[in-house]
Design a protein around this ligand. Structure first.
Ligand code: NAP
Length: 312
């Protein structure tokens, strides 16, 4: 089993992790990034990112991830296609066990992101990948000229529903209330789109199909009326939960499982920082995650300098 001792180990390769890598690399700390499952994080699953400054025409999610990676590597960061599965934060250097070996790290920057929340209704798990999806960029293409339902009322649901209109013959957005959380621009775009329909005050209660999705059972939450809608696809965008299971019992977390950080991205464990969606239930933007990653790396750099000064 390979063992590596590094000054800065970064878990996760979304905007937070790769921005942290850039800053730590420029501080000549030779950071190592463990990519996790998805190089580029959730941003890499987004077709077009229109609100990251510097790209007036928008930029592809995977392309932005590659640019982040290249920039960090240009300054000496090492990006490893590896997955952490156990951490020991009880003593420094901290131990991280991965698929391919073990790392000892003087500081850790945790940026393991978040995963989509499920509706948890009958049929959802069984038909995932057979009509049920949580990623329009990954699966939208499969629904060319087909009927699609999107669940959710936030920015994600609207943005992804609009993306799916490129392929689908119709996109019906089902939301449990009458008002949406999504921003006005997205709402207006969706409401004016000829392929989009809306069903409000309604929840999906069951996903129906044998080897592929056929229909959804619906319930109006105000009247209690039940109905069925035929559809080829169901895309669920009802929020995310942070990937923090690995740190449970070792780091202070909120009730919802987000790592608690102060304004310097410090967790309650010295030398351990968290950045991006793992510590952010509020903003979830590429730019805010990247900003948190940069801040975490700057703070890690200062901490390592202080440690060196004390021990020299
Ligand atoms: P969100 O804003 O939390 O919206 C989640 C939506 O799902 C809400 O409308 C919620 O309904 C609904 N929902 C939650 N649980 C449900 C359930 N069990 N059954 C049915 N519906 C349920 O999540 P998000 O859209 O993923 O966005 C999260 C954050 O990222 C936001 O701050 C958002 O602004 C940001 N974001 C921004 C962009 C962008 O700027 N382009 C893109 C994507 C995301 P209620 O409204 O009734 O609670």
């Amino acid at each position: 089993m390979a063992e590596n001792h590094v000054k800065v180990l970064i878990l996760g390769s979304g905007p937070a992790g790769l921005a942290a890598a850039l800053y730590a690399a420029r501080a000549e700390l030779a950071p190592v990034v463990l990519t996790g499952m998805q190089l580029g994080g959730q941003a890499a699953l987004t077709h077009t990112i229109e609100n990251y400054p510097g790209f007036p025409e928008g930029v592809g999610g995977p392309q932005l991830g590659e640019l982040f990676q290249k920039q960090a590597e240009n300054f000496g960061a090492k990006v490893e296609f590896d997955m952490a599965h156990e951490v020991d934060l009880s003593q420094r250097p901290y131990t991280v066990k991965t698929d391919s070996g073990e790392y000892k790290a003087d500081t850790l920057i945790l940026s393991t992101g978040a995963n989509p929340i499920h509706l948890e209704i009958p049929g959802e798990v069984e038909l995932t990948g057979r009509g049920v999806s949580y990623c329009a960029t990954c699966d939208g293409w499969f629904f060319k000229d087909k009927k699609v339902v999107v669940v959710g009322g936030g920015d994600s649901a609207f943005e992804e529903a609009l993306f799916i209109t490129r392929y689908a013959s119709s996109v019906t957005l089902i939301h449990r209330r009458e008002e949406f959380r999504a921003g006005a621009i997205l709402q207006n775009r969706a409401k004016q789109h000829p392929k989009m329909n809306f069903i409000l005050d309604t929840v999906v209660t069951e996903v129906v199909g044998s080897d592929k999705l056929e229909s959804l059972k619906l319930k109006n939450v105000k009247t209690g009326a039940e109905s069925t809608i035929e559809t080829d696809g169901l895309f669920i965008f009802i929020g995310h939960s942070p990937n923090t299971q690995m740190f449970k019992g070792q780091l202070a977390m909120s009730d919802l499982g987000y790592v608690i950080v102060n304004d310097k991205m410090e967790t309650n464990v010295e030398g351990v920082y968290a950045a991006g969606e793992i510590a952010d239930p509020h903003f979830r933007q590429v730019i805010t995650s990247a900003g948190m990653g940069a801040a975490a790396a700057i703070q890690a750099t200062r901490y390592l300098e202080e440690q060196e000064a004390v021990h020299s």
